[in-house]
Design a protein around this ligand. Structure first.
Ligand code: ARG
Length: 485
């Protein structure tokens, strides 16, 4: 019944499709034919069904089915009349899904069979023609690629949004001095703007990974059928084009087996989540009383049920922790796929939940981080004060000894170490030592040295490419706007 002018090779397949709809209703599953005499055990249905999570693919499933159906009709594999009925039925189903009136049924296992079964209810036997020349194996691979592609586009926007927020703060604080740390010990003064731009770069690489993943996943598995291709004269280029794919995948076995796109999505997500987690951790530190570098607004703080003074940075802590779940999702899927023979195995149904979970976390974390970065108050005074502690300009002093007294750096390092020790003994900073005290360590010292002990001068001097000087930061802000926004 499917074909307008039934092609020779399509005939028996089409007839058998039609017959499958006539099976008695007591049959276990109308979609897989006569060899089953009994329905699944309740526990079998429970472990097998994916509808609870793959209903997320409904819109992609319908789009792919419409593309497939149009192609089948254009190639004369099914009749135009059946094709039109199928497309209009699928349109109705899309509306039901959008309006939340579609009833997802567990016994129909997954989204593909839920949609096809509803199509049968709406248009009758013609629905049975839709599955000609395809399988759920190429169908699910297609739907899932479309879904991941949509999410990657949303992530790209969200990453850009966070970069914009960071760049704005960097411009505002191009000259705001804070202590830079290594080992979380005061190292050298940097600017808060420079620190913000460090994350802009990380997010830029995250966007690069998103773009790479998107480009590689954008090939169509549709038409690979179960694993070997099909004997019907399909046009895979047509369906690929209709779904916005760059081209059909070239090998049918690979098309149904490949989940690299999900792994690439998860690894890009995991790396990005680690970046967000590091920034989140810094926010947690910065808004502690011990640091006091930033204050989160009420809208991004939570209170304590017992300690009235508390303002907790829960959003930052949750972003920090959720990154672990994203990394876990990647590990889980890598482990599930490892060692699977070609082509499809049901193991692959386990690819969706980790990807769905990681996508939700990635987008939520990006939005929450963008909100926090935009709304936090920078306490420039506290940062400046902390930058003045911990002998942050000791390296500047050593550099001065190299430049002015022509010492080898190693010797300068040693002399500076002695001066730091002296300052510690006196309980003061390097800049508070008298010239005489300094000359007791190195007689050639002059008052000129005091010029480099000031933190503002220290940051201003770091004008090397990629350095923290405010003039660099202002230039980097302009460059980042051009590159990323
Ligand atoms: N729900 C299945 C999945 O997500 C669809 C593919 C089923 N294919 C099969 N041969 N049983 O993987």
């Amino acid at each position: 019944m499917c074909a307008k002018k039934t092609p020779r090779r399509g005939k028996s397949k089409a007839r058998s499709n039609a017959r499958s709809n006539d099976r008695p209703s007591d049959r276990p599953n109308a979609l897989w034919g006569g060899r089953f005499g009994a329905g699944p055990a309740a526990i079998m249905e429970k472990i097998n069904a994916s509808i609870d999570f793959d209903k997320k693919l409904a819109i992609q499933d319908i789009a792919a089915s419409i593309a497939h159906c149009e192609m089948l009709a254009t190639r004369g594999i099914i009749s135009r009349k059946d094709g039109d009925a199928i497309v209009s039925g699928l349109g109705k189903i899309a509306k039901e899904i959008q309006h939340g009136t579609f009833v997802f049924k567990h016994e129909l296992e997954d989204i593909h069979m839920n949609v096809e079964s509803r199509l049968t209810e709406i248009i009758g036997d013609a629905a049975g023609c839709l599955h000609t020349a395809r399988s759920r194996n190429d169908q699910v691979a297609t739907d899932f690629r479309l879904w991941v592609r949509d999410v990657l586009d949303q992530v790209e926007d969200a990453l850009t949004g966070l970069q914009a927020a960071l760049i704005a703060r960097a411009e505002e604080h191009a000259a705001t001095v804070m202590p830079g740390f290594t080992h979380l010990q005061t190292a050298q003064p940097v600017t808060f703007g420079h620190h913000m731009l460090a994350y802009v770069e990380m997010l830029g690489r995250d966007r690069g990974r998103v773009a790479d993943a998107r480009a590689r996943l954008n090939e169509s598995p549709l038409g690979a059928a179960a694993l070997a291709g099909t004997s019907f004269p399909i046009d895979r280029r047509m369906t690929a084009r209709a779904l916005g794919f760059d081209r059909p995948m070239v090998n049918s076995l690979d098309a149904v087996s490949d989940r690299d796109f999900a792994l690439e999505f998860l690894s890009a997500a995991a790396i990005s989540a680690v970046h967000l987690s590091r920034l989140a951790d810094e926010i947690v530190l910065w808004c502690s009383d011990a640091f006091g570098f930033v204050t989160l607004p009420d809208s991004f703080s939570t209170g304590s049920s017992i300690m009235p003074q508390k303002r907790n940075p829960d959003a930052a802590e949750l972003i920090r922790a959720k990154s672990g779940r994203v990394a876990g999702a990647l590990m889980g899927l890598l482990s599930a796929l490892k060692g699977l023979p070609l082509a499809y195995s049901k193991d692959m149904q386990e690819d969706k939940e980790p990807v769905f979970e990681a996508a939700d976390i990635w987008l939520l974390s990006l939005d929450a981080m963008t909100g926090m970065i935009g709304d936090l108050t920078v306490n420039a005074g506290a940062m400046r004060e902390a930058a003045g502690r911990g002998h942050a300009t000791a390296t500047d002093l050593a550099d001065w000894l190299v430049r002015v007294l022509d010492m080898p750096f190693r010797r300068a390092h040693q002399v500076t170490g002695l001066l730091v020790k002296l300052a510690d003994e006196k309980g003061c900073g390097l800049a508070d030592l008298s010239l005489t005290a300094m000359q007791s360590v190195e007689p050639r010292m002059t008052a000129d040295v005091f010029k480099v002990l000031d933190v503002e001068k220290s940051v201003a001097s770091r004008k090397s490419l990629g350095g923290t000087a405010p003039v660099n930061v202002r230039r980097a802000v302009a460059a980042a706007r051009k590159t990323y926004l």
